[in-house]
Design a protein around this ligand. Structure first.
Ligand SMILES: *Cc1c(COP(=O)(O)O)cnc(C)c1O
Length: 519
């Protein structure tokens, strides 16, 4: 395609380059930016995972609205110097906190193309919508859902779980409840999920107007899976009390330890009790891409609705959540609304119903499907599945090393890719410092995680396991290799010994390192 002649006429108020020379400058600038980003990703491993934001820099980002243009080259310079070094670092192979995906190069390119097209994928007859339908088709295939199931790309699983709750609520109360509100029946609705479920499920109940207190938190077993017998008892007690159970939310990959509920048992129970079965598979669901891991998710194909994130184990750049609903009519009943300005027509741009705006709360929506399509097509099911399986293998390796090391303790079984461990010091060797009680170890491990962050070596996060602070290592990044685990453990021991030794010298409770010694 030639574009040299296509530059005129130019509106004096257009935001595009003003003349052919300015277009060429822009093109050269664009290439430099792409080169910088590819160079950054190529050299990630040699960079710190994270660098603290200098306060002077933070303060600089409170400028007044610029009245006049600033050259893009200057914006690019500021991005490289001020933004890029101080991001969270989840693209880095030693980012191991909070279950975040690493992104792909193809996703980067797709984001650029999608932004250039500037498609609004709320509806209308356009190929970007067919790309999204292709992604929906793949997810039906992956999870053995019927061809009639509907799906929608959303920001993330928080929204996907909310949509699951709203569809289940409308099913329970009838479509008139959208006009009339919850009514007396709505106030009696109760839902069930495990004590280890993600906080967004309770949040979804609150947003749905049902109240987070109407979400029963069922106890978990030693493997952090929902206790189905306890769920049965709670269900019976609620029915006896005149309440109306309507929904069970199972989890495929809990956020704290990566546990997978017994989804077959939950599906059986929901079928027998006529309850909506929703699965929060935010990161775990895509383990189905790996033939070795897929059997662990047995029962997920029986869900009424399923939430998952392409931006976690799918490695698609943020944001890319997804909800799949077995019965499209149920999803339409919860969201489709008649509006004159959204009228459909058999021909022209207004054809091709149903549209995404009929399946969720958003009307204007970006072209998220393109980065999913690029990532899946560029790597294929087998490679994406292999990356997931490798994360799980590395997690098992790390767990073995933790169990073999007297200075470390494993706090939870490793079901998938998350290892919860704790630095406990060398109880046998007094030279390493005093033995610490459990509360002091809690504080110590929280400090060690912050030490690791500030060192830039690795970035795990923390969680609570059985009331104790754990160092939580979640392996989600396709770039992580075993040598990264070596560096993590080396740094953990380094900071652990430093802090214990300092505690011995000071003789006073838990050591907090001074700023200089922690650098
Ligand atoms: C990450 C996560 C969520 C929330 O998903 P977002 O994409 O962050 O909105 C919900 N449930 C589980 C199990 C998660 O891991």
């Amino acid at each position: 395609m030639t574009d040299t002649a296509a530059c005129s006429p130019t509106s004096p108020t257009s935001l595009d380059p003003a003349d052919p020379a300015a277009w060429e400058d822009f093109r050269a600038q664009a290439h430099r930016m792409l080169d910088d980003m590819i160079g950054h990703l190529r050299t990630l491993r040699e960079q710190p995972v994270w660098r603290p934001i200098p306060e002077a820099l933070r303060a600089r980002w409170r400028e007044p609205l610029p009245a006049q243009p600033v050259p893009v080259a200057e914006l690019h310079r500021r991005f490289m110097a001020e933004v890029l070094p101080h991001a969270v670092g989840n693209a880095h192979p030693r980012f191991m906190g909070w279950v975040q995906g690493g992104g792909t190069l193809e996703g980067l390119l797709a984001e650029m193309l999608a932004a250039g097209l500037n498609a609004n994928v709320g509806g209308r007859d356009q190929m970007p919508l067919e790309v999204e339908r292709q992604v929906v088709h793949w997810m039906r295939e992956l999870f053995d859902f019927p061809d009639t199931a509907s799906g929608l790309l959303v920001t993330g699983s928080s929204t996907a779980n909310l949509i699951g709750v709203l569809v289940a609520r409308t099913r329970a109360l009838g479509v008139d409840s959208r006009r009339d509100g919850l009514g007396a029946d709505g106030l009696r609705l109760v839902a069930y999920t495990s004590a280890a479920a993600h906080g967004c499920v309770a949040q979804a109940m609150a947003i749905a107007g049902l109240g987070s207190a109407a979400l029963r938190r069922v106890p978990v077993d030693a493997d952090h899976r929902i206790e189905v017998a306890a769920l049965r008892r709670m269900l019976a007690a609620d029915r006896a009390a005149g309440l109306q159970p309507f929904l069970v939310v199972g989890t495929a990959g809990t956020v704290d330890v990566g546990a997978i509920d017994d989804l077959e048992a939950l599906a059986d129970l929901c079928a027998a009790e006529r309850l909506w079965f929703h699965v929060d598979g935010a990161f775990g669901a895509l383990a189905r891409l790996s033939p070795r891991l897929a059997p662990r998710l047995a029962g997920i194909e029986r869900a009424d609705s399923l939430a998952l994130d392409f931006h976690k184990w799918g490695q698609v750049p943020y944001d890319a959540g997804f909800v799949l609903v077995r019965d499209q009519a149920a999803q339409l009943a919860a969201f489709a609304s008649p509006a004159a300005y959204l009228a459909r027509h058999p021909r022209g741009l207004a054809a091709g119903s149903p549209w995404p705006c009929d399946l969720g709360p958003d009307l204007s929506r970006g072209f998220r499907a393109l980065k999913v399509w690029f990532t899946v097509m560029a790597h294929g099911r087998e490679r994406l599945g292999a990356a997931i399986a490798e994360n799980c293998r590395l997690a098992r390796r790390l767990a073995e090393r933790v169990e073999a090391d007297p200075r470390l303790a494993l706090l939870a079984p490793v079901a998938l890719n998350i290892v919860c461990l704790r630095y406990v010091g060398a109880a046998a060797d007094p030279a390493d410092g005093p033995r610490l009680d459990e509360a002091a170890l809690d504080a110590l491990n929280a400090e060690l995680v912050a030490d690791l962050h500030e060192s830039g070596v690795a970035a795990p996060s923390t969680t609570m396991i059985g009331g104790r602070t754990a160092v939580r290592v979640a392996l989600v990044n396709h770039r992580t290799v075993e040598a990264d685990l070596d560096l993590l453990l080396e740094a953990l021991h380094h900071f652990g010994q430093l802090r214990l030794r300092q505690a011995r010298v000071s003789g006073a409770g838990l050591p907090i390192l001074s700023d200089e010694s922690s650098r």
